[in-house]
Design a protein around this ligand. Sequence first.
Ligand code: HEC
Ligand code: HEC
Length: 201
Amino acid sequence: MSVHRTLLTILAMSLAGAFGAAAQETPAAPPVVVDAARGLPEWDKVYAVFTHPRCASCHVEDNRPRWSGAHYGGTRVHGFNVQGGSDGSGFGNPGLRCNTCHFESNSSVLHGPPGVVGWHLAPPEMVWWEKSSAEICAQIKDPARNGGRTLAEIAVHVRDDELVGWGWAPGPGREPAPGSAEATYEALTRWSESGAPCPSG
Ligand code: HEC
Ligand code: HEC
């Protein structure tokens, strides 16, 4: 009996070894089959939203939000020397916090400050401003740079977060982001179900 067990164990171990060796020769299989033909058009919709000024103006790497759009006469760095904050919080420098000017709803006048609850700048690793489709695709899949989120959590954040929602209701004079929060949630979900393919280059 014990001899049998030993033989079976050796057999099991060598089989495992053989499979293990085979597995090392080929890259680890992805959890789902990547369907680029289905996934990439969904990613393109997400990229169009993420790089729209209503989103990218807050997703910068130099700590300075942007003013961008027709009523600003082009694109420029946010006025008043506004920065994310020396404390790294994104809520502004002490003495000039975002909520000094940005309140819990949009100003109703052109050039007045827009607002929702909790207005602050995204951390620099979540940069989208002037980044390519491939760069943003890699960032959004990287838990070290996306706030430790799964792709499902990213999609829910886009559907439910108030700062994100502002991008589709930005107040007078500002063009909203394309589509809707719900449509972007659905595009992210279909992209993820297609194996989350990224464009090359
Ligand atoms: C001194 C007041 C003031 C402070 C402080 C301030 N803002 Fe603003 N912000 C404004 C005004 C005014 C506008 C609208 C300007 C316009 O429409 O011409 C604006 C607009 C914006 C926009 C819209 C840009 C766009 O492209 O639609 C963003 C994003 C923004 N601010 C982010 C921030 C963040 C983040 C902070 C804190 C780190 C902050 N602001 C701090 C006054 C301020
Ligand atoms: C007023 C500034 C502001 C605007 C405008 C804004 N965001 Fe953000 N965004 C943030 C902040 C701050 C965080 C970090 C919050 C966190 O990690 O919990 C963030 C994080 C995110 C994340 C988490 C993952 C990652 O890697 O960035 C997503 C997704 C996101 N935003 C989507 C959007 C979309 C889509 C829009 C436009 C429709 C948008 N945001 C507009 C401030 C903003």
